[in-house]
Structures are given as structure tokens and as C-alpha cells.
Design a protein around this ligand. Sequence first.
Ligand code: FE
Length: 311
Amino acid sequence: MTVKVSHTAEIQKLFNEAAGLTNDQGSPRVKQIILRLINDAARLIEDLEITDDEFWHAVDYLNRLGGRNEAGLLVPGLGLEHFLDILQDAKDAQAGLTGGTPRTIEGPLYVAGAPMADGQVRMDDGSEPDATVMFLEGVVRDTDGKPVAGAVVDLWHANTQGNYSYFDKSQSDYNLRRRIVTNAEGRYRARSIVPSGYGCAPDGPTQECLDLLGRHGQRPAHVHFFISAPGHRHLTTQINLSGEQYLWDDFAYATREGLVGDINFVEDVDAARARDVQGSRFATLEFDFQLQKAPAQVAEQRSKRPRALQD
Ligand code: FE
């Protein structure tokens, strides 16, 4: 029979003390959360009869997860970041906030402060001459279909190796990261390169966990976006590229209906030359966004999630 002690007065007194409930210092909110966390952990240990070996393995795992800076990778891998999106969608529906481009997960690889440009920009630094040039453009509109001029389209994506600048120190600062301010027609235009999908580091703790779950750690090629404009609700989203092996089998669960970018590969020497592309091959990708009206000014801002900032 399973032995349980977490409900006893002695243990409840211990957990209340540990969560700071017996003092008047600190944060009541954090105390509430930690008390719940300790109690839930204790119940999990009892209910699943967690062994000492399993417990201390988990503690060591947390140390290694942090040591590799992968907590932000495990969270989407376990579906929790997508869950937050679905939960927010449900809260929005209850509040009558519907319409517009769907949100999807941010992921852990944004870097604040990318260079700003008006209307159009080149995003790659030319260091991958064999990459396929990608012309990415679209219009930002409100939910009535009116173009939003002056919206900031803050986008970032991986290179052909599936790596992101800043985290991959071999790339130049802010390579494949830009902020584009939409023109009078609400349009943004980027010349970049077709990104590659990527996977979790094979020797990292996230993949170690996924292996034990019998899962892969791969993502389809995609482009991340923050889109913001005065009077409109901040949008965090990404477009996942059509034709990708992992499009609907994304370990991070980011792909959603309405967020598949239809990438079009062109083989045409004259068209390439007209676009100042070497050779004959390039890609085009059109993607428009719709922003909801902001119900309050705070909704215009992205979350205060801690993010990297280029030194
Ligand atoms: Fe990504």
C-alpha cells in the first residue's frame, strides 16, 4: 500500500513554514505559488512512489538544464508554451477578443534591439553565399482590413544551419534579425535567406528528456514575429514554411492553422537578375498579418519575459 504523509499536520506545518506563510516578509504571491508547488511535488512523489534515485536524478537534471540554458527549450517541448497560447485564446474568447492573426509561441531565441528600417531591409549579412535568397513581404492590417502604417514588424529566423545569431557566436551581430516599420500602405519587405529547420542539441538535457519520451526534437523552418502598433494589440507569432517535413510534427507545437507560410521557389535567371540575385534560384513568401485593436494600452506591449540583449 502506498504510504502518504503529506496531508499530516506535521508536514503541512513544515510546508507552510518553508513557503514563508509563518512570516510577514517577502511576496504573498510567491508564497502562494511555492506552497502549491511544494504540496503538488509531495503528492506526485507519494502517488507515483518516486524513488530516491529518480528524485535526485531530477534534481541533477534541473541543474544541467539550467547549465545549458535550455529551460526555455524544454518548456515548449513539453507543450506548456503552446498550452499558454490556448489558455490565452480561451480567455480572449470569453472577453470577446477575437479575430486577427493567431498567436503562437515566442521560443527562447529572441534578442532585443535589432536594427530598425523603414519599409524594407536586407536581413542577412551575405556570409552564406550558397543560401537561397528569400523575399518575404506582406501587409499589416487591422481586423477591419485597413492597412496599419507605422507598425513595427520585429522578425528573426535561423540561418541555413538552423542556428540563430547571438546564440551562435559565429554569426555577425543581429544577422537575420530586424525591425521593419510598415510604410503608408502597411507593407513590410525583407530580403533574407531561406532558413533551415532545426533540432534540439543532441547532447543536451532537452533532447535527453525527449529521448525518454520516445520523441524527436525537430522543428520545421520558420520565421518569428513580434508585431506592434499604437492602438493595436501586440502579436507574438511565427510562420512555419509549407513543404517542411516537420510542419505538422513540430516538437515545440508552434505550427497552427493560419500560420503556414506558402513559400514559392523560383528558377528563372532573368527574374533573379531583376531582383539582384546571383544565379537563377530564389524564393518568395507573402504573408499578411491582422492585429486586434488594443483593449487597453498595456495590451500594445509584449510580455515582460526576460530576453537576451546584444552587448
Ligand atoms: Fe525558432
